[in-house]
Design a protein around this ligand. Structure first.
Ligand code: FE
Length: 184
């Protein structure tokens, strides 16, 4: 009888340990291998998705970046670091460093948010229908860590006709020489 009790206790302990430290439902999601485009390398590269708990993101990101990327927030127009930035370089995801946009696809939209007519590669972002606030919009997020970036609209300039309206708080700009985007 005593031995049975011991086994039950052991089984419970092993079961608890197996669940890890996060219990927000993401613990079951494992990091996966993906291919994204690297601006620096000029080619597709293998990487892994970044999976973190809400507590980890909150601790690691600046407050506004956390609100925007993990809580689908929107920074005030004309308040961010990059809507007027016209330096040459790459805009990376603040959460995971994934390359998202390059300066050669940035344009002046007059909205007060950094605006681009295309991402560095379609593999580097994901989109989803967003029905919040009584509107139907297309949400844009980082394909590597899931960070909410902004929205994409179909009133952009040539050659794509798209306007990626992105929060500065979701981005980290790195100055570097970039080539004009190849048409894909
Ligand atoms: Fe990311």
């Amino acid at each position: 009888m005593k031995q049975t009790t011991l086994w039950v206790v052991l089984a419970l302990l092993i079961g608890l340990a197996g669940h890890g430290s996060t219990d927000d439902g993401r613990s079951a999601t494992m990091s996966e291998q993906i291919r994204v485009y690297s601006v620096e390398r000029g080619e597709m590269v293998e990487t892994r998705t970044v999976v973190k708990s809400d507590e980890e993101w909150r601790a690691e990101l600046p407050p506004e970046a956390y609100q925007v990327t993990r809580r689908h927030g929107t920074e005030r127009a004309c308040s961010g670091n990059y809507w007027k930035n016209d330096r040459e370089g790459v805009y990376r995801c603040i959460g995971c460093g994934n390359d998202l946009f390059v300066s050669t696809t940035k344009f002046t939209s007059g909205t007060g948010w950094p605006s681009f007519f295309q991402p560095v590669h379609e593999a580097n972002i994901g989109t989803e229908v967003d029905r919040s606030y009584g509107m139907v919009r297309t949400e844009v997020h980082c394909s590597r860590c899931g960070a909410h970036l902004g929205h994409v609209f179909d009133d952009g300039p040539k050659p794509t006709g798209l306007r990626f309206c992105i929060n500065s708080a979701a981005l980290e700009f790195v100055e570097m020489e970039v080539e004009p985007p190849p048409s894909r």
